[in-house]
Design a protein. Structure first.
Length: 330
């Protein structure tokens, strides 16, 4: 395993990590989840990602049970959670001081730990002043309930505003962002956030490296049974794959499959290695419903050298989606 600094912080995260969305509590039971986590840990993964909303809190409970049962040393792990959707009550949602503090307490209870290493604002909250959110997140860090805080899917403008408030008020600033990043979803990581990597030392923990499985090639002949897109609760993913844009992406996936085959590696490995290649990616959060998938995905680190400039050019020609650069008119 390779360990990368989380942005300009002193924290090291495994370049490949493992998260609980869709799978824990909704798709797989605790035994399979434990096998997946053990397989990841044995491959050197130290970072495990979660959120208060995953399976309505059951994903955190499962992860907490597994960590307790396996008996890993707390200091060997980097654990995260994300706060935003905590329930149906009027104060269970968003980034008010009340929900951040109560949500973090409840997450720690479910995870059965005294602190998480990372805590994220899962989305921006347009109804709460950013200053209220910044103060509440800094409070969580000051109390020792989390070591670092960050955002997920915030615009660069919102991240900068939070950072500026924290600096002005001498509060702990956000240090990381959790954006989607994969071959089909590139603009934020490759363009919008670009100035923030140097300005703020922003680290990134990127999600859905396989675009929910689309980039494995498994959807090329329809929706396989038991796959993520076949799950009734995730009908919206199936609809996305079956849309005209999804179908166009599936055609590209077929061509990417040829590139992977020529290299003698699997498509998931190629797609994950492609994410890892970006130096601004601190960690690629992988997802998996089976330990065999974890095993396969972890091999992507060995494939970085296969991504030569010539191969990258071939991939770009297939994707045809390089984000346009900011034009300098001088
Ligand atoms: P991926 O895009 O990698 O999708 C993972 C899914 O793809 C698996 O559950 C599995 O689905 C399938 N898969 C994975 N590996 C293989 C393989 N080798 N062969 C065949 N199929 C495979 O990642 P996720 O969308 O799960 O995102 C990863 C993590 O990122 C989440 O667990 C979560 O922690 C985080 N996340 C954060 C978000 C945020 O808003 N901050 C949003 C979403 C995720 P199946 O077998 O069921 O078909």
């Amino acid at each position: 395993m390779e360990y990368r600094f989380l942005g300009s912080s002193g924290l090291k995260v495994s370049a490949l990590s493992y998260g609980a969305w869709v799978t824990f509590g909704d798709q797989i039971d605790e035994d399979i989840a434990a096998d997946c986590m053990r397989t990841a840990y044995d491959a050197g993964v130290n970072f495990f990602d979660n959120a208060e909303v995953y399976a309505g809190g059951r994903a955190e409970t499962m992860m907490g049970n597994i960590i307790k049962k396996v008996g890993w040393k707390r200091s060997d792990l980097v654990l995260s959670t994300k706060i935003y959707w905590g329930g149906s009550g009027p104060n269970d949602k968003g980034l008010s001081r009340k929900h951040i503090i109560e949500g973090a307490d409840a997450s720690l209870d479910r995870l059965q730990v005294e602190y998480v290493d990372l805590i994220f604002c899962h989305r921006p909250d347009l109804d709460t002043p950013i200053e209220e959110t910044v103060r509440a997140m800094a409070h969580i860090v000051d109390q020792g309930q989390a070591f670092y805080w960050g955002t997920s899917e915030w615009s660069s403008e919102q991240i900068r505003a939070a950072h500026d408030i924290a600096r002005r008020e001498h509060l702990v600033p956000p240090t990381m962002e959790q954006p989607q990043y994969n071959m089909f979803h590139r603009d934020r990581v490759e363009k919008e956030y670009l100035p923030l990597y140097t300005e703020m030392g922003l680290g990134t923990t990127i999600w859905s490296p396989l675009a929910s499985g689309l980039l494995t090639g498994k959807y090329s002949e329809g929706i396989p049974p038991k796959s993520r897109a076949s799950l009734p609760t995730y009908r919206w993913i199936r609809r996305r794959f079956e849309s005209p844009e999804g179908q166009l992406q599936i055609e590209k996936v077929k061509k990417l499959g040829d590139v992977a085959a020529d290299l003698g590696i699997s498509l998931p490995r190629l797609a994950i290695a492609w994410c890892l290649r970006n130096p601004y990616v601190s960690t690629v959060i992988t997802g998996a419903s089976k330990p065999e998938q974890v095993k396969e995905n972890m091999q992507a680190l060995d494939d970085l050298t296969a991504l030569t400039p010539e191969i990258m050019e071939m991939i770009e020609a297939i994707l045809d989606n390089i984000p346009t650069k900011e034009q300098n008119f001088r």
